[in-house]
Design a binder for this molecule. Structure first.
Ligand code: MLT
Ligand code: ZN
Length: 469
C-alpha cells in the first residue's frame, strides 16, 4: 500500500478511539517534530501526542498492522539525530505524558511518565531533600524517556555514573501494542536477563518507554564551585590529580578551551570573574563534609593549588549566585557555538587517564589538516569524555565544511580506536555515528544486535535506520 493510503487507513482506524487533539496532520503542525538539536529534520507522516499508555499501545499496534514506521520522541534535545524523521515516519511524541508521582521515601524512588522534564523531576524530588542524579545542560527541556533511551550522561557522571544506574522499573510498549512492566521497581531481582538495561540506550529501536521508576539519592548537602584558568591540557591533568587527592568528594570536573569561553562571552554576554586568562578553564564542583573543619581543609587545599605552577588563576564561588554564574559559562557553550556557525559534534570517550594524550593527538590532527574550521574543545574531563566541536569559519561555505568534517572524522575515528575509546560517550549513535558502530563492533556483536532487534520488533518499524541499518 502506498504511504498516502496507509496514512488514510491509520487515521480511519484511530478515529473515535483517541481524542482528536492527539493527532497532528498538517505539514506545518508536524514539521517541528521532524528534527532535534542536530538541526537535521524531515517531514513526519503524522504526529501523535498521546496522553496515556493505552493510547500509545493503540497507536503502535495500528502502525504495526499497517507496517508504518514510528519514531518515538520527547524533548528532542538529542545531538546524534536519534529522533530525526528520515522517511516520512509517524512521530510518537510522549511530552504530554509528564505525570510525576509522589516520592517513595522508603524505597527512595519516584515513578514518572516518560514526558516528565528532567528539571521538573529534580524540583519535585528536592522538596524531599532527594535528587535524581542526572544533570545535563539540556535539563530544562530534555525528558526522562529520552534520558533513558540515550543512557544520558551529563556533568555529574564522575560522582554518580550514567542514567542506567538510576532506574529500577520501566513500563514499555512493544510495537505490537503489548504493555510490559520491567522489574517493578525491585532493588534486587536475579531472575535472568536484565531487560531494563537492554532498553536503556536502545534509542527507541526496541520498544517505547512510557513510565519509569527512578532511583534517588540525597541532595548534596554542602556544594561549592571552583573555577580555574590553566595554561595547558597537562595542567588540567595535574589539577585533576590534586583534586582526586583533595579533602572532598568531586561532583563535577568540567573543562573548556579559551575559544569556548570567548564564544560564551560574545554570544551570550556572560563574563568570567577570573583575573587572568588561560588556554583552558576548569569548573570543579565538590561536596564538602559537614562541619567547619571541612571548609578549613578546602581553603588549605585551594591555597596550595593556587601556589602551584600549573594553575594561572582560580577562585572559590562565594555565593550561590556566583556559583550559578560559573555554571552559566559551562552550560552556555553548546548554545553559543550553535549561534556562532555550523557545527559538527564529536562526543568522544577514552579512559580517564588517556584524556590528555588523546586530546593532544586529536588537536594536532585537526591542526595538520588545515580545514576552514575551528576546533572547540570542552566537556567532561573527569569522565574521559571530551567533546570536540568542529565549527565552520565565516569565510567557508556549507559544502566545503561538510567535506572537511568528513575528512576529519575519517582520521578521528581510527584515532579514538587507537586510544581504546568510543565515538559516543553520552549522546548516542542515532543517525550520525552509525558507521562508527559497524566499525567498532565485531560481526558477532552486530549479529546479536540484529537478533535482539528482531525479537522486539520483527517488522523493523521502530525508529528504523538508527544505531545500525
Ligand atoms: C554538554 O556537555 O554540554 C552536552 O553534552 C552538549 C554538547 O555536547 O553540546
Ligand atoms: Zn556532554
Amino acid at each position: 500500500m502506498e504511504l498516502k493510503a496507509k496514512k488514510e487507513q491509520l487515521l480511519k482506524i484511530l478515529q473515535g478511539k483517541i481524542p482528536e487533539d492527539v493527532t497532528l496532520s498538517t505539514v506545518e503542525d508536524c514539521a517541528p517534530y521532524g528534527g532535534d538539536w542536530t538541526r537535521l529534520s524531515g517531514n513526519p507522516l503524522l504526529v501523535f501526542l498521546p496522553k496515556s499508555t493505552e493510547q500509545v499501545a493503540l497507536i503502535l499496534k495500528s502502525c504495526n498492522d499497517l507496517k508504518i514506521p514510528v519514531i518515538p520522541s520527547g524533548g528532542r534535545t538529542g545531538l546524534s539525530g536519534g529522533a530525526v524523521v528520515t522517511q516520512s515516519e509517524v512521530v510518537l511524541n510522549l511530552s504530554r505524558m509528564n505525570r510525576i508521582s509522589p516520592v517513595d521515601i522508603l524505597g527512595r524512588t519516584v515513578r514518572v511518565q516518560s514526558g516528565a522534564v528532567t528539571e521538573v523531576v529534580h524540583e519535585h524530588c528536592a522538596k524531599e531533600g532527594l535528587f535524581w542524579p542526572i544533570d545535563l545542560a539540556s535539563k530544562g527541556t530534555s525528558e526522562v524517556g529520552g534520558n533513558l533511551s540515550t543512557n544520558a550522561g551529563g556533568v555529574r557522571v564522575i560522582r554518580y555514573g550514567m542514567v542506567r544506574k538510576w532506574v529500577s522499573g520501566l513500563q514499555i510498549v512493544m510495537m505490537n501494542g503489548n504493555v510490559i512492566e520491567l522489574n517493578r521497581g525491585l532493588e534486587k531481582n536475579n531472575t535472568g536477563y536484565d531487560l531494563i538495561q537492554l532498553m536503556v540506550g536502545a534509542e527507541g529501536t526496541l520498544a517505547v518507554i512510557t513510565e519509569a521508576t527512578l532511583k534517588l539519592v540525597r541532595l548534596p548537602q554542602k556544594e561549592q564551585a571552583l573555577f580555574f584558568a590553566l595554561s595547558s591540557l597537562e595542567s588540567i591533568r595535574k589539577l585533576f590529580e590534586k583534586a582526586r587527592r583533595g579533602p572532598f568528594e568531586i561532583l563535577a570536573f568540567e573543562f573548556f578551551s579559551q575559544r569556548c569561553l570567548t564564544a560564551v562571552e560574545t554570544k551570550l554576554n556572560r563574563r568570567s570573574k577570573l583575573e587572568s586568562a588561560g588556554e583552558f578553564y576548569v569548573l570543579m564542583e565538590i561536596e564538602l563534609g559537614l562541619g567547619q573543619e571541612s571548609q578549613v581543609l578546602l581553603e588549605q587545599w585551594l591555597e596550595e593549588v593556587l601556589e602551584a605552577d600549573f594553575v594561572k588563576d582560580g577562585l572559590l564561588a562565594q555565593s550561590s549566585v556566583e556559583r550559578r554564574e560559573i555554571w552559566g559559562l559551562r552550560e552556555g557553550i553548546t548554545e553559543s557555538i550553535a549561534l556562532t556557525s555550523e557545527v559538527r559534534k564529536y562526543d568522544t570517550s577514552v579512559a580517564v587517564s588517556n584524556t590528555v594524550g588523546f586530546l593532544k593527538e586529536a588537536e594536532a590532527l585537526f591542526g595538520s589538516m588545515k580545514l576552514g574550521a575551528d576546533l572547540y574543545v570542552f566537556g567532561h574531563f573527569g569522565d574521559g569524555s571530551p567533546h570536540l566541536n568542529v565549527v565552520k569559519q565565516d569565510t567557508g561555505d556549507h559544502k566545503t565544511f561538510m567535506e572537511d568534517c568528513d575528512r576529519f572524522e575519517k582520521e578521528l575515528y581510527p584515532l579514538i580506536k587507537k586510544w581504546g575509546g568510543s565515538a559516543s560517550s553520552e549522546h548516542g549513535v542515532g543517525l550520525l555515528k552509525k558507521s562508527w558502530v559497524e566499525m567498532s563492533r565485531s560481526p558477532e556483536e552486530m549479529a546479536l544486535f540484529r537478533a535482539i532487534k528482531a525479537a522486539f520488533d520483527p517488522n523493523h518499524l521502530l525508529n528504523p535506520g538508527k544505531i545500525f541499518d
